[in-house]
Design a protein around this ligand. Structure first.
Ligand code: GDP
Ligand code: IMO
Ligand code: MG
Length: 430
């Protein structure tokens, strides 16, 4: 024991990177267990500002081993570039380890992601275009290449020959695209293998041994529960299991090793890409929040859609993950607003619905039932003590706590590591 699961509780970009960097001070391991470089986790600390895509946010702490687990899909070129950038900025990446079981995002996955999106036309999902969906499709279809395969030249040759033959049929016959050059791809894969070899190991064993020794393992979720393949707003979701169950399968740890499950909520809603967002603000208030918060994606730079806090959606993600505690981020973004609103139910086809309706057609027709609360004039930005929060901001935090049904133990009041109010330590002192 113990592992601590950090899970995005909305549509991603809740501030997981900031929270993991903050908590990792007391951790021995930080592990990514799902997704790929569709994630963009921003960290601002004494070393500068970083947008991490595959490297876990524990990388800045010398006490932490950073792990990319078997459930992650890895684009080797993207990972090598990220490591280079970190090293060039004085961050030591020698404590990074990578699972040999993690699947490789191949160049043809990136190409297929983009071709499939174009073919969807108006029904496009708005993916990050990083090849994540096609890589997970191949994993499940048993047509994937794993990181360990890049280190076995002979096996790789046979495997790649059969996979590329079937991909070429799709590329040329379905999309009229150029076929993949097998030899060029094979050489490229061997180069990736050689460059990554020093990081590759059986991470499951390392983490399991660490848990047996009582070390602390932070599980760094990517995306958000409403983008989960099973529990999100399907089909406008990502292609992996991003909830706490995904941490167990994506790393290979039993559930009883997880001491706390921590939901990361932003004080309002954002979403990048298509799909229903019942509380969306397509008006001046939405623009104001986007401007103040600089809501632009850390991966693609796209403007994020903005809306009020969605209570039923938040209660849904709390229930499916069993959050034992929560973190509320970006409270400071709402500073100075005359009033703030929370969605407490929806009205669909003239009927009030209190629970989150997951069917997309239904959700697209849902109108939010909003509860208005007074805003606050004293800023919360940078506040580090609960007692310094204006009473209206505290009332807002308490209302959200009531809706999600678990205590908010950390409130984030700015993007920097220490712009945080610890209500109750999430990871206790040793
Ligand atoms: P992640 O994907 O969940 O790690 O979140 P992102 O990094 O994509 O997006 C969160 C954004 O909010 C980043 O720009 C962070 O620097 C910023 N951020 C995190 N916490 C706070 C906060 O409490 N206040 C403000 N103003 N910004 C925050
Ligand atoms: P972090 O970890 C926000 C969204 C994409 C798109 C959908 C599917 O930074 O919170 P994909 O490329 O995964 O097939 O795209 O999921 N998406 C994210 N949105 N934050 C993320 O990650 C996301 N990862 C994927 O915008 O709508
Ligand atoms: Mg992000």
């Amino acid at each position: 024991m113990p592992a601590y699961g950090i899970i995005g509780a909305q549509w991603g970009d809740e501030g997981k990177g900031k929270v993991v960097d903050f908590l990792a001070e007391r951790a021995d391991f930080v592990v990514r267990f799902s997704g790929g470089n569709n994630a963009g986790h921003t960290v601002i600390n004494d070393k500068g500002e970083f947008a991490l895509h595959l490297v876990p946010a524990g990388i800045f702490w010398p006490n932490c081993t950073s792990v990319i687990g078997p459930g992650v899909v890895i684009d080797p070129a993207a990972l090598l570039e990220e490591i280079d950038i970190l090293e060039s900025r004085g961050v030591d990446t020698s404590r990074l380890i990578i699972s040999d079981h993690a699947h490789v995002v191949m160049p043809y996955h990136v190409q297929l992601d983009q071709l499939e999106e174009m073919a969807r036309g108006d029904a496009a999902i708005g993916t990050t275009g990083r090849g994540i969906g096609p890589a997970y499709v191949d994993k499940i279809a048993r047509a994937g290449i794993r990181i360990g395969d890049l280190l076995d030249a002979e096996y790789l040759k046979g495997r790649l020959t059969s996979v590329v033959a079937s991909k070429n049929l799709i590329l040329t016959k379905v999309y009229g695209a150029e076929p993949i050059d097998l030899n060029a791809l094979y050489s490229q894969c061997l180069e990736y293998g050689a460059a990554l070899q020093r990081y590759v190991t059986s991470v499951e064993q390392r983490v399991s041994d660490a848990l047996d020794r009582g070390e602390r393992v932070v599980l760094e979720g990517a995306q958000g529960a409403l983008l989960d393949i099973d529990h999100g707003t399907y089909p406008y979701v990502t292609s992996s299991s991003v909830t706490i169950g995904g941490a167990c399968t994506g790393l290979g740890i039993p559930p009883q090793k997880i001491e706390s499950i921590i939901g990361i909520y932003k004080a309002y809603s954002t979403r990048v890409g298509a799909g229903p967002l019942a509380t969306e603000l397509e008006d001046e208030t939405g623009e104001h929040i986007r401007d103040v918060a600089q809501e632009y994606g850390a991966t693609t730079g796209r403007a994020r859609r903005v809306g009020w806090f969605d209570g039923p959606a938040a209660a849904h993600t709390s229930a499916i993950n069993g959050f034992t505690t929560a973190v509320l981020t970006r409270l400071d973004v709402l500073d100075g607003m005359p009033s703030v609103q929370i969605c407490v139910a929806y009205e669909v086809d003239g009927k009030r619905i209190d629970r989150f309706p997951s069917l997309p057609g239904f959700l697209a027709r849902a109108k939010p039932v909003l509860e208005e609360m007074p805003g606050w004039t004293t800023p919360t930005a940078g506040v580090t003590e609960l007692a310094q929060l204006p009473k209206e901001a505290l009332a807002y935090v308490n209302r959200i706590q009531e809706i999600i049904g678990c205590p908010i133990d950390l409130i984030s009041t700015g993007p920097k590591r220490h712009e945080s109010i610890t209500v109750q330590p999430i990871i206790s002192d040793r």
